[in-house]
Design a protein around this ligand. Structure first.
Ligand code: GDP
Length: 442
């Protein structure tokens, strides 16, 4: 998980301040030295760290903090605010043209995740009822055109290409005309990436830029490359004038330095974060929520948004009815597991729950394999068994274990868990009924 080590170190350093009734300047100094080290180890730009510490210190040894009843909490609040400021205060949304089409120019080095991110962005825009068109302007690698076409097919978005014999500037111009004729309201131009920055590449992108006059120039950066990502951002910004950054691979074990430095160094916002290889794993970048996650304060808002986006409201109502009527079956149980899974990797979800930091995670054994085994067990039951688990005797248990490639013990465990869950639901509905009778509920 990104920021894991930074998060742990910051929480350690700040945790020491929490319990203290009074803070001396020395206490703050000691904590800030640890914070400084943690940031440097996370590969945050040296100058950025220096400014950050100066700002926090100035505020932390101010009168209001030192004289407050909870000085430690106040310092943590300041660190949270300054971390947020560092990453850009508010979510930076995409700029759409006042008269469509909006043109988005994608740039970045090879391997940063540009093509994947182009697909994710198209997927995201489609969900907002836009009609994107992808444009293949990387004519140097024939495989690149094919890759974009595959991506387009997967997210069900058209791809405009003219093969690899035409000048990319002409392709971009033709794509714009094509898009206008076909009612595409967002045109996303994928450009060639190189392993390193070179002048020729920059000139070409600049020419495409001048030909299509984009509303957004988004630089795709690999968070795993740390300081290098920051250098690349600086150069692209100088030469091309980017409007924002998409940071990819934040689901990996990047140290997080890039996320914390880019805004300060380039003064350009991070607009999205790539959280995995799948097309739905692109998240708007919220500096305040990210700061909260880093400090182990969770990110309940993102969690709720994710849940709202992936949980089917109708199904949830039906489920509630079933629980009330005590008709909750193994099929519903399975449905619940599926919905949980569609929220995304469990370790990412846990990072969003307040107090559930990386340390808490270590003691917690949540893995997708367990969920898959439970699923296999339930799927090996007949419909009758799923509706009425009481009929599952020992020979049925043996058959289910065999069918799911698990053991009888595991089957027993799931049956027991299910029974407990049902019992708990019954207790809850009984309690609700009694409360209602007494007029204390709803
Ligand atoms: P390009 O050369 O910049 O177009 O890069 P690609 O789009 O081909 O991506 C390079 C690799 O990075 C592929 O294996 C992608 O699946 C992977 N990738 C891209 N974005 C992410 C992300 O947010 N998380 C993870 N884990 N992998 C990513």
């Amino acid at each position: 998980m990104v920021f894991e080590s930074l998060s742990e170190k910051l929480q350690n350093a700040l945790g020491k301040l929490k319990g203290k009734g009074k803070l001396s300047e020395k206490d703050v100094d000691v904590a800030m030295r640890e914070v400084r080290l943690a940031l440097l180890e996370a590969d945050v730009n040296f100058k950025v760290v220096k400014d950050f510490i100066k700002k926090v210190k100035e505020r932390a040894i101010g009168y209001e903090v030192m004289e407050s009843l909870t000085p430690g909490q106040q310092v943590i609040k300041i660190v949270n605010e300054e971390l947020t400021n560092l990453m850009g205060e508010k979510e930076a949304k995409l700029n759409f043209a006042s008269t469509p089409p909006t043109v988005i120019l994608m740039c970045g080095l090879q391997g940063a995740g540009k093509t994947t991110t182009t697909g994710k962005l198209a997927f995201n825009l489609k969900k907002q009822n836009k009609r994107p068109l992808l444009v293949a302007c990387d004519v140097y690698r024939p495989a690149a055109i094919k890759q974009l076409e595959v991506v387009g097919e997967k997210v069900n978005v058209p791809v405009f290409s003219m093969g690899d014999k035409i000048n990319p500037v002409d392709i971009a111009k033709a794509a714009l005309e094509h898009g206008k004729r076909n009612g595409n309201d967002v045109i996303i131009v994928d450009t060639a990436g190189r392993l390193h920055i070179d002048e020729e590449l920059m000139d070409e992108i600049r020419n495409i830029h001048d030909a299509v006059n984009p509303n957004e120039v988004l630089l795709v950066l690999d968070a795993m490359t740390g300081q290098d990502a920051v250098n690349v951002a600086e150069t692209f910004n100088e030469k091309l004038g980017i409007t924002g950054v998409i940071l990819t691979k934040l689901d990996g074990d990047a140290r997080g330095g890039a996320a914390l430095s880019i805004r300060a160094v380039t003064e350009k916002p991070i607009k999205f974060a790539g959280m995995g290889e799948k097309f739905d794993q692109l998240e708007p970048f919220h500096p305040d929520r990210m700061a909260s996650r880093i400090l182990g304060m969770g990110d309940v808002l993102s969690l709720i948004e994710k849940a709202q986006a992936s949980i089917d409201a109708k199904k949830a109502m039906e489920l509630e009815q079933k629980i009330r009527n005590q008709e909750f079956s193994f099929d519903d149980f399975l449905d619940q597991l599926e919905q949980m899974k569609s929220l995304g990797p469990i370790d990412q979800l846990i990072g969003m729950i307040p107090g559930m930091n990386s340390k808490a995670l270590k003691g917690l054994d949540v893995n997708e394999k367990d969920i898959n085994r439970i699923k296999a067990i339930i799927q090996s039951m007949t419909k009758k068994e799923r509706d009425n688990p009481d009929i599952i005797d020992s020979s049925r248990r043996k058959r289910i274990a065999q069918g799911s490639g698990t053991s009888v013990q595991e089957v027993n465990k799931i049956l027991k868990q299910f029974k407990e869950t049902k019992k708990m639901m019954k207790r809850f509905t009984d309690m609700e009924k009694t409360m209602k009778k007494k007029g204390k509920f709803g």
